[in-house]
Write a protein that binds this ligand. Structure first.
Ligand code: NIG
Ligand code: FE
Length: 417
């Protein structure tokens, strides 16, 4: 089946020649076509251009089953790519939310057996079916909010069987939802209770037991480590990424959220596809990232929710780096996968321009999860993953109206949801 979307007020983020990412000053530019059409064939984008170049007769001859959608007054954007989530989880953690309001820090909550270990306890008690259903519902929710591709991590299992359970759920989600999903093994999210005081032994278990088991079932596209103060050291990270690499898992890590942890440098050393969080980034980190193949990824939802300092996004962009934004959807530090809200946080808290947040949540976040050839822009041959907005004035209105759902119709793989 083919879809012909006509009278699009503005077709946003079009690319004639798909780029790897958008960096530095280029981030202030988003190519658009006013009064445009968009044609899909099967699950792919087949053509697009200005309405006056649309030859209906030719199209009707070439495509037998052509469904027309009138987008008058509305914009069309490529679906968001959310390159960092932990959306397979059990229960919720609003008790800790209250603790935070009362003044406890993230690390203090973690030390009291809250935080990641709390989610690990809840996850082990939940059945695979319960976890699958809950994650499926979260995917439906974010798809309705405009997300078309999402990376999902394990990391609430923290033993071989429970990590495998999480990754098998992610595999089922890959097979049974229209979203484009990448999976990441995050055994090194926290040291589980069974290994209290024996962090090195847990790292050994990750290397000798978990990684081979995950690889044997081909369950992970990437490997992650929470390389930060109070969690895993640079030395631990080095060992884990080295072991993952031997099994073909590319690094994609949590770095520099709580301190200048050395996470960025060790990530770049292993050619990580992305280093994420980045609240503590200075000249040394920017130098390490410059000229690398690693996408600096900022998670404004977690910084907002935990009241953390903002990552120096402007300094990174001024240094010519690309920047991606992702939701970090998880029960502890960012219980929302709303990428439009992430754009608003990007504008207000990081002083990014609307064009910059669009690039950061589409092309750049597509790169950060390795789907830039399939998603992240309106380009011929990419997946037909896009959404039609409500009637709005222009792209600036999207982050501006931060509490409004402005996504009217969602199309994934050329099919309307
Ligand atoms: O990305 N920083 C580490 N991990 C998650 C938090 C997960 C949790 O608190 O459950 C994050 O923010
Ligand atoms: Fe995270």
């Amino acid at each position: 089946m083919s879809l012909l979307i006509v009278n699009i007020k503005k077709l946003v983020q079009v690319e004639k020649k798909p780029r790897k990412w958008v960096a530095g000053k280029e981030m202030t530019h988003v190519a658009c076509i006013e009064d445009a059409y968009l044609l899909t064939e099967g699950d792919r984008i087949a053509a697009f251009g200005p309405m006056q170049e649309l030859d209906r007769e030719l199209l009707e001859q070439r495509f037998d089953c052509l469904k027309e959608v009138n987008a008058a007054g509305r914009l069309v954007l490529p679906s968001f790519c959310d390159s960092h989530t932990h959306l397979v989880y059990a229960g919720s953690r609003e008790i800790e939310y209250m603790d935070k309001i009362r003044g406890l820090s993230y690390e203090e909550i973690a030390k009291r057996g809250g935080g990641i270990l709390n989610s690990a306890k809840q996850l082990r008690r939940a059945t695979e079916e319960e976890l699958y259903e809950a994650a499926f519902a979260r995917l439906e929710e974010i798809a309705g909010l405009g997300t078309g591709a999402v990376e999902i991590k394990s990391g609430y299992g923290l033993d071989v069987e429970s990590e495998l359970k999480m990754l098998r759920i992610i595999r089922r989600l890959k097979e049974n939802t229209p979203l484009l999903i990448k999976s990441t093994f995050l055994g090194a999210h926290a040291v589980p209770e069974a290994y209290t005081g024996r962090q090195t032994a847990y790292v050994d278990a990750i290397i000798n037991e978990m990684i081979p088991a995950v690889a044997a079932e081909e369950l992970a596209d990437y490997i992650d480590v929470f390389c930060d103060k109070g969690f895993f050291t640079v030395e631990d990270t080095d060992r884990i990424l080295n072991a993952g690499m031997k099994y073909g898992m590319r690094a994609k890590i949590h770095a520099n959220e709580l301190d200048y942890s050395g996470g960025v440098q060790v990530g770049v050393k292993y050619n990580a596809i992305s280093v994420d969080h980045l609240e503590y980034v200075g000249e040394a980190e920017i130098d390490a990232l410059s000229g690398s193949e690693t996408m600096p990824t900022v998670l404004p939802g977690a910084a907002f929710f935990l009241n953390m300092p903002c990552s120096p996004v402007r300094a990174m962009i001024n240094a010519g780096l690309p920047v991606a934004l992702a939701s970090d959807f998880n029960p502890g530090s960012s219980p929302s996968g709303n990428m439009k809200l992430i754009m608003s946080f990007g504008c207000v808290n990081y002083k990014m321009l609307p064009e910059e947040v669009i690039n950061a949540t589409t092309i750049n976040s597509a790169y950060a999860m390795g789907v830039q050839e399939e998603a992240g822009s309106i380009a011929v041959g990419k997946r037909a993953n896009f959404y039609i907005t409500k009637e709005i004035s222009g792209i600036e209105y999207l982050p501006y109206a931060y509490g409004s759902d402005l996504v009217e119709q969602v199309f994934l793989n050329g099919k309307q949801l």
